[in-house]
Design a protein around this ligand. Structure first.
Ligand code: PRX
Length: 660
């Protein structure tokens, strides 16, 4: 790992990683695949105009004037499908009614075994009722509606109802703390909240209402309305005028119709917060036209989803994957999406496979950390079920090692489902790098190349493309329709060379994504991981700065540095190095307080795997903490020259304390 403005770390030798064999398109899949590679030919000669292939798959209220418009110098601001008007909800729901009203849109499976099926007709009905209810509560176009809900159908319904009204949804993961919710609401200026009385986590009921109340009480303004879903059957108190029960709202407005509000292609569809390098949650805004077009396009091309497919994207709706491939992509195509309230790696090992069998899941999209849990539980679990409905297996979120890839391919896919390792980010909105099922051979351990219409390179610190096998920064070289608005409109890109996101220079535009990677001679990219202060743990993204911030707020703590250590199960485990203000501090009490502080600031799901108390942190002469050295110590690796340290004596001390 490196400083964001430094050059990629050249100590690890990519050539020493596995050299996995290529896996050709499974023969059983030949002829069943719907994607083709003629997009590549078309884009090669006709970029960006060929993106009309994605745009034209949507239904527009008003045709767009141009596929892509740019600033005068060909750089930002980028506008996709400018002049066009559409409604995302109409595209995901209404347009399927004539042909597919009785087809299943959403299959929900609850934590304690409940299930609920929504046809497109049912979804249309509930979305309209909620849209009518929200409208009467005052929600207007461009207002921000926050949800703080477990993975229940209401999340998808509220998202679509907002889209219908032209309001902007802001889905906050239910496991986040009250503080995290409050920050995400306040920064978005959100005056509406949809939450629940509680939810189930690993079999236990969790009180969500109190957290939501604590968050809203800490806001510097009053909310206009709060809607509460009764998830635990507690019949939550909504006696205040600004409180409303979700079910009562649906009943009261049942049968009402709300005309979908036409939105400009470049209007925001939603906001989502993710971790940036600054330690503050980073707001990402996705647009109505470009986002929806590329998400639908990639759901079709990369996950091979057609109108009658059953798709299970296991990510919680609180993350971008849940938005793009759990809600918008499958529904834009008229497919069936499966929403589970449970995480497939936190339940009875047979439950995921029983669900695949029962629902006839065709496309399973999950994260390497989940597959590693499956592998640990053993192949007998998938083997005990009829998984013949599966056609395509996908992965996202972190580097997918070849061994786990093979296990997924063999034991879940039975050797005849293509496995696509898809690379993308919250900021990119849609998959940008992947192989295509049925078209490309796979190289376990590598994600594949840029999709048709997308440009990607690996570059060195000076911006030059690296040679095959040489590590560098992964960059996206051309704008793409689902790019976050913050990237599309960042006209100060020249000034952002050293910043975490947009990077450009002298007429070129590219986006340095924050990952280190190398590319092989055939253009397959291997992503090595984040090269900035963002870490992926269990497929979730955190900023080490955000965690450090929570730690130094604890009384008695002087300084803290958080790094990610390699972990065979979760990919990364968090290690905190902490110095105390007073050497005599009782560290056992402090250890507990640190865990609590992180849970309060970010969420109960964030766990420090190890806390190492140390009299000092390794620092450069300019006073910067050497996180790279801490990583090496935590991983038990050699760390070479420490002469750049102001305090080299700390290294031996740290090694000794690490053993404690
Ligand atoms: O480091 C990369 C990793 O996840 C980061 C993006 O995280 P987030 O915005 O939370 O979105 C995750 C779901 C889209 C990337 O910068 N990442 C994502 N996909 C892969 C990956 N790392 C390796 N291989 C992937 N396929």
């Amino acid at each position: 790992m490196t400083d964001p403005d430094g050059s990629p770390d050249d100590r690890r030798d990519p050539g020493s990683s596995h050299e996995a064999d290529c896996v050709p398109v499974p023969s059983a899949f030949e002829g069943r695949a719907t994607p083709t590679d003629d997009d590549r030919d078309e884009f090669a000669v006709n970029w960006p105009a060929a993106w009309a292939r994605a745009g034209d798959a949507l239904e527009w209220e008003r045709d767009y004037d141009a596929v892509l418009s740019t600033g005068d110098d060909g750089g930002p601001p980028f506008e996709w499908f400018a002049g066009g008007e559409l409604n995302a909800c109409a595209n995901c729901v209404d347009r399927h009614l004539p042909e597919r009203a009785d087809a299943v849109a959403l299959e929900w499976n609850g934590h304690i075994g409940e299930s609920r099926t929504y046809t497109y007709r049912d979804l249309h009905r509930e979305v309209n009722a909620v849209a009518a209810g929200l409208r009467d509560l005052g929600v207007d176009a461009d207002d921000v509606v926050t949800t703080y809900l477990p993975a229940v159908p209401a999340v998808a319904v509220v998202m679509l109802a907002c889209a219908r009204l032209g309001a902007v949804h802001n889905v906050v993961f239910a496991g986040f703390s009250a503080d995290a919710l409050a920050t995400r609401m306040e920064r978005a200026g959100s005056r509406y909240l949809v939450t629940s009385d509680g939810y189930y986590r690993r079999g236990e009921a969790v009180d969500q209402r109190r957290r939501a109340d604590n968050a809203t009480m800490s806001l510097p303004y009053e909310l206009d309305a709060t809607v509460v879903v009764d998830r635990l059957g507690t019949n939550p108190d909504v006696s205040r005028d600004d409180r409303h029960a979700y079910d009562a709202l649906v009943d009261a407005y049942d049968g009402e119709r709300v005309a979908p509000v036409p939105r400009a292609a470049t209007d925001p569809l939603f906001r989502i917060y993710t971790s940036g390098t600054t330690g503050e949650p980073k707001s990402v805004t996705h647009t109505t036209g470009g986002y929806l077009a590329q998400v639908a396009w990639s759901t079709r091309r990369v996950l091979d989803v057609t109108a009658d497919a059953v798709v299970w994207s296991t990510a919680d709706p609180g993350w971008i994957t849940g938005h793009s491939y759990g809600v918008y992509g499958p529904l834009a195509l008229g497919a069936t999406t499966v929403l589970t309230e449970w995480s497939p790696d936190a339940v009875d090992p047979d439950r995921p496979w029983a669900l695949v069998e029962d629902l006839g899941v065709e496309v399973l999209y999950t994260a390497p950390t989940v597959v590693r849990s499956f592998a640990k539980w053993g192949a007998e679990h998938p083997a005990g079920h009829d998984l013949s409905s599966l056609r395509v297996l996908g992965s996202v979120g972190e580097p997918f090692d070849a061994e786990t890839w093979e296990w997924y391919y063999e034991h879940v896919g039975g050797g005849d489902c293509p496995v696509v390792d898809t690379w993308w980010q919250t900021e990119t909105g849609a998959v940008l790098l992947s192989t295509l099922p049925g078209v490309d051979e796979a190289r376990p351990g590598a994600v594949g190349g840029a999709l048709a219409g997308v440009g990607a390179s690996v570059r060195d610190a000076s911006g030059e493309p690296t040679d095959p096998g040489q590590r560098g920064w992964l960059t996206i070289d051309r704008p793409w329709p689902a790019m976050a608005r913050e990237l599309a409109t960042a006209t100060d890109w020249g000034a952002r060379v050293a910043a975490e996101s947009g990077v450009g220079r002298d007429g070129d535009w590219w986006y340095r994504v924050g990952d280190e990677a190398f590319v092989d001679a055939d253009g397959y990219v291997t992503v090595l991981g984040r090269a900035d202060d963002v870490v992926n743990v269990d497929g979730r993204r955190f900023s080490t700065g955000e965690i450090e911030h929570a730690l130094v707020e604890v009384a008695g703590v002087a300084e803290a540095a958080v790094i990610a250590r390699d972990d065979p199960d979760s990919g990364n485990a968090l290690v905190a190095y902490v110095t105390t203000a007073d050497e005599r501090t009782d560290v056992s009490t402090l250890r507990e307080a640190l865990g609590d502080a992180v849970a309060a600031a970010i969420g109960a799901g964030v766990r420090l795997d190890q806390v190492v108390f140390t009299p000092d942190l390794p620092k450069t002469r300019s006073g910067k903490i050497m996180r790279r050295l801490l990583e090496d110590i935590a991983n038990g690796e050699g760390y070479g020259d420490t002469s750049a340290l102001r305090n080299p004596e700390v290294v031996g001390e740290l090694e000794a304390r690490h053993q404690d």
